[in-house]
Ligand binder design. Structure first.
Ligand code: AMP
Ligand code: ZN
Length: 474
């Protein structure tokens, strides 16, 4: 098997993928903040992480994937300022924070299902593990990595030597808290320090609060991912994923607090998906009408075509969304399905040697930092190859366990639709059409032409399309 290499944001190069325990992979994914629907940008990240997970399984890893649901503590700035996103969502809809969380968590997994994104093995809402956060914060205080200032508990970034792992900026650029219109938090000893536990919230209406040794309050945003990962994957996480905006400060802070807490290296491999932007720039949930899976559906798009659109690009390149680009993906997808629909599973026996040969490009592409676009071209190679239909279908089905593009299912549906289209057709005509197809395949073009002429006399013309023969009555 090809060696699997993935770009690692931590080392800033493509690394050979390894795990702590051979054959097993503990994978952590930063889940959604459930204050609104996911936009298709968020879902780009989850599609690419889903392909990664499925490829790891295909490669032979026993994957355990864990995802949090941020239902508390994510302020509207990635630093520690701004309004709480959950409280904002609840106010907007005149509901409780927990109602909002439940509704948008369900909506998120419904969108995922439409995009063939598998549900992670463990899904943990942040509000489930408050005692674990308290234990972690207390340990960080005991070890001297945290301090209390004006009621809040802060992580002291000056106590560790490897803080700025995910950013290429210098310290001045990291002036966390000094963005326009935001007051700098004067409690912090160092600019990059971050809150582990809030008791002094600026928001009187903070909905969810819990007792803690430092007073009634709520956790900072970053602590949830460290605690949830450690609880479900143990002291070592093999692979941590998220969108690129999570790299700093969220993942940087996760590493800082996890390693300070554990006293050893925590996660070696970091996978970040670049953003999907719309033509005006950044995609955002705070803009009025934003792009959701439901919006695509309401415009008549099959959500799987959006998945196909994402897989046609590399996850480490920013992708620009437009409806024109999606229309191109629709055309390419429909053509692909039409070609698969013409394959006959009864055509020959599966040829294992041919499968081995045609698998090489697929694996080489996926092992080269998850090059899904190249892996899709391996699908076209299968279609073009001089092998029987049964072997082609077996390979397509196998690749689709990773790509999840409904290739076999959609081709089956198309075939059924085609069959229904000719349900009322004269059986004699259908028999002739079938005979002509067989004659063409056997290179008996004389007979094929003869049949075409017989039908022409009956006022019927035949049109060869990628999906098969179309019967047209004059
Ligand atoms: P959120 O719901 O804001 O916590 O984000 C959920 C996930 O989507 C995170 O992994 C983000 O990094 C990711 N994300 C946010 N915006 C985009 C975008 N425009 N394109 C791709 N991923 C994004
Ligand atoms: Zn996270």
């Amino acid at each position: 098997m090809e060696t699997l290499r993935l770009y690692n944001s931590l080392t800033r190069k493509k690394d050979v993928f390894t795990t702590k325990e051979e054959g097993k992979c503990g994978m952590y994914t930063c889940g959604p903040t459930v204050y609104h629907f996911a936009h298709i940008g968020n879902l780009r990240s989850y599609i690419m992480e889903d392909v990664l997970e499925k490829y790891l399984r295909y490669y032979g890893y026993d994957v355990r994937r864990v995802m949090n649901i941020t239902d508390v503590g994510h302020l509207s700035s990635d630093a520690d300022e701004g309004e709480d996103k959950m409280v904002k969502g609840a106010k907007r809809e005149n509901k409780t924070v927990m109602d909002i969380a439940r509704f948008y968590t369900d909506a998120f997994f419904e969108d995922c299902a439409k995009l063939n994104i598998k549900r992670p093995d463990v899904v943990e809402p942040a509000t489930n593990l408050i005692p674990e956060y308290i234990e972690m914060v207390q340990t960080l205080l005991d070890k001297g990595h945290a301090y209390i200032a004006d009621g809040n508990v802060y992580f002291d970034t000056s106590t560790i030597d490897k803080y700025y792992v995910f950013n290429d900026h210098d310290e001045e650029d990291l002036a966390v808290g000094v963005r326009d219109g935001v007051e700098e938090d004067t409690n912090k000893k160092n600019k990059a320090d971050f809150v582990l536990w809030f008791t002094k919230s600026k928001f009187e209406d903070q909905a969810l609060k819990w007792d803690s040794p430092w007073g009634t309050g709520y956790p900072g945003w970053h602590i949830e991912c460290s605690a949830i990962s450690i609880k479900h994957l143990g002291e070592y996480c093999d692979l941590h994923c998220g969108g690129i905006d999570n790299a700093f400060p969220h993942h940087t802070n996760e590493i800082a607090q996890s390693e300070a807490y554990l006293g050893h290296e925590w996660c070696r491999q970091w996978f970040h998906v670049l953003h999907l932007n719309d033509e005006t720039g950044k995609m955002s949930k705070s803009k009025g009408e934003f792009l959701t899976v439901s919006l695509l559906e309401s415009k008549g798009y099959n959500p799987i075509v959006y998945r196909f659109f994402c897989l046609q690009s590399h996850y480490r390149k920013t992708l620009v969304f437009s409806f024109d680009a999606l229309d191109n993906a629709v055309q390419a997808y429909d053509k692909l399905i039409a070609r698969i629909a013409t394959l006959d599973p009864e055509d020959g026996a599966v040829d294992e040697a041919a499968m081995d040969e045609l698998r090489v490009k697929f694996n080489r592409s996926m092992c080269n930092d998850l090059n899904t676009a190249m892996a899709i071209t391996a699908l076209y190679d299968v279609l073009k190859a001089k092998i029987n239909g049964a072997t082609k279908l077996a390979l397509i089905e196998e690749f689709d366990t990773v790509l999840s593009l409904d290739l076999i299912k959609a081709a089956g549906e198309l075939r059924k639709k085609e069959a229904e289209k000719y349900a009322d057709e004269n059986p004699e005509v259908l028999a002739l059409v079938e005979e002509r197809t067989a004659a063409k395949k056997a290179k008996d073009y004389a007979r094929a032409d003869e049949i075409r002429d017989i039908l022409k006399e009956k006022g019927i013309t035949l049109k060869d399309t990628p999906a098969g023969v179309e019967i047209i009555h004059e």
